[in-house]
Design a protein around this ligand. Structure first.
Ligand SMILES: Nc1ncnc2c1ncn2[C@@H]1O[C@H](COP(=O)(O)OS(=O)(=O)O)[C@@H](OP(=O)(O)O)[C@H]1O
Ligand SMILES: Nc1ncnc2c1ncn2[C@@H]1O[C@H](COP(=O)(O)OP(=O)(O)O)[C@@H](O)[C@H]1O
Length: 199
């Protein structure tokens, strides 16, 4: 807080509302949280196809990609994950201000970190989607071979094995990827967004 003592927020002349009107849809965050291999990236990209094909302004922020650039100085300790999520929350807020729909696909294992991101947004702008999948199923999928490495002790602080995942009590949406297909998962999310008149 000390660092921002003499910094004053500058209002934008072209407002978020003007951009939303011009884009002809709302801007908000679909925050996909869950274990590695649960299906966050797959569903985020399937949503992106839907939005792209239907002329919506949307973009995916994905853990792996953000960690190769903006957050390349961060690891997987609780403090580093917290800072990772804080920065991604702020980037998501900029996208929403710019009139875009954001799909943020991050493990984001701590309830408090997710709540802090939620608090950056207005009511209804932050949609938490818990991508629910058992550890056993995620481990069986193991799309990047990371669980195998973690079990061999080659990957410290691995979520679900040697690092915790805290389940939210009331996310807006729960998607069980060991029950639904990718298409059914996308439909469930889109139906929620339409029912809440965000698009
Ligand atoms: N120790 C450890 N624990 C969990 N994940 C690990 C780890 N090391 C590397 N990876 C890879 O990093 C991706 C998760 O990055 P996130 O930014 O989503 O993590 S977090 O939200 O800060 O917890 C994660 O991507 P997903 O599998 O898509 O979840 C992994 O590819
Ligand atoms: N219903 C489903 N939803 C999402 N992914 C699924 C589903 N069923 C099987 N999968 C597979 O599970 C894996 C999930 O990997 P990924 O999307 O990278 O997960 P995460 O981003 O959570 O690590 C992919 O190989 C995907 O094809």
């Amino acid at each position: 807080m000390e660092n921002v003592k003499n910094v004053v927020h500058q209002g934008y002349h072209v407002t978020k509302e003007m951009r939303q009107q011009s884009n002809k849809h709302g801007s908000f965050v679909i925050w996909l949280t869950g274990l590695s291999g649960s299906g966050k990236s797959t569903i985020a990209n399937a949503l992106d196809h839907f939005f792209y094909n239907n002329d919506y302004h949307a973009f995916v922020l994905d853990g792996d990609n953000v960690r190769l650039g903006l957050n390349k100085n961060l690891g997987f300790s609780p403090d580093d994950r917290k800072e990772n999520i804080r920065r991604v929350g702020e980037v998501s807020k900029l996208f929403v201000e710019a009139g875009s729909i954001v799909m943020a696909a991050f493990i984001s294992p701590y309830i408090q970190d997710r709540q802090e991101v939620r608090s950056l947004f207005q009511q209804g702008e932050f949609i938490e989607v818990y991508i629910k999948c058992s550890l056993e199923q995620c481990e069986q999928r193991d799309p990047k071979g990371l669980y195998k490495k973690a079990r061999k002790g080659e990957l410290p602080d691995f979520t679900g094995i040697t690092s915790p995942y805290e389940i939210s009590t009331s996310p807006e949406i729960i998607i069980e990827t060991d029950q639904l297909t990718v298409e059914e998962s996308v439909d469930k999310i889109i139906n929620y967004i339409k029912a809440n008149q965000l698009i």
